[in-house]
Write a protein of this length. Structure first.
Length: 275
């Protein structure tokens, strides 16, 4: 950025966090930077606030799926600034914004009926950008596009103004002792700890609870923390049943070529799943 005078960046949260953790990042001349567009994964709020403080440019969050070619909603730069400046709007930093022009969105329950604003459900979208179907997979197409809406597989809340808040991927919800626990909620707390570089939370088999919460984390350089200390840190900030039961410290988390953390690979490792 300093040498080439970069003005715009499109980046996944994992790489944006890595940039923020670059030694001496505040010593570089980053004044040419005008816009950072981030997306393709959930951005922890504390990490977003840190990035906004470091880079001091406009930020925009884009949410979508390949099936929607790919954008469904956007949280625009002015909305980032309002959320950062006004405590009463701070929650908006956790939002992926409102549906873009030409796209309709709704949130449905397990029965495919629309839920009330603020209630949890699966995000659905429709518009000219949505795919016609999966090539050669009629059954997958029928499931994804039932009732004329693309079912994204994302568990969300949508407020009365149309702002969308992603809670988790439906497949990433952990069911422990009959309680549904969003891995994102636990990850947000982990990322708020000063020693954590990266974190991913999954459910692992447990004979008593069905699933137990496991945190897999990467520490920043020259930092240390014990498993018990990190679990206690989470317990202070979450309901006790949401805290990790175990923590593994690793050098790196599995990622795809775009830098997105692959929880399916962690599930293969810790649960023995094939996919």
């Amino acid at each position: 950025m300093e040498r080439e005078k970069v003005t715009d960046i499109i980046i996944v949260p994992t790489l944006l966090i890595a940039l923020c953790n670059t030694p001496g990042v505040r010593n570089y001349d980053l004044t040419s930077l005008q816009l950072i567009i981030y997306g393709a994964a959930i951005m922890p709020v504390e990490q977003l606030k840190r990035a906004m403080d470091i880079f001091k440019c406009n930020f925009m969050n884009g949410y979508g799926t390949t099936e929607a070619a790919p954008t469904i909603s956007v949280l625009k730069p002015p909305e980032h600034k309002i959320a950062l400046a006004d405590e009463s709007h701070r929650e908006m930093l956790a939002s992926c914004g409102k549906a873009i022009v030409g796209v309709e969105t709704k949130v449905v329950g397990p029965d495919d009926r629309e839920v009330a604003p603020g209630e949890l459900g699966e995000l659905c979208a429709r518009g000219e950008n949505v795919m016609m179907g999966y090539w050669g997979k009629p059954e997958d197409t029928r499931i994804a596009l039932r009732n004329g809406w693309l079912h994204t597989g994302d568990l969300v809340r949508m407020d009365e103004e149309g702002y969308i808040y992603i809670v988790d991927r439906l497949k990433d919800i952990i069911i422990s002792g009959g309680e549904n626990i969003a891995s994102r909620e636990v990850e947000e707390v982990l990322y708020s700890h000063s020693a954590i570089m990266e974190a991913a939370v999954i459910g692992v088999p447990d004979p008593k609870w069905g699933e137990a919460i496991k945190a897999v984390v990467v520490l920043k350089e020259n930092t240390s923390i014990t498993e018990k200390e990190l679990i206690d840190f989470c317990k202070e900030r979450l309901a006790s049943f949401k805290k990790p039961k175990s923590v593994d410290f690793v050098k790196a988390l599995p990622k795809n070529p775009q830098g997105k953390i692959q929880k399916n690979e962690l599930r293969k490792l810790y649960r023995g799943e094939k996919s």
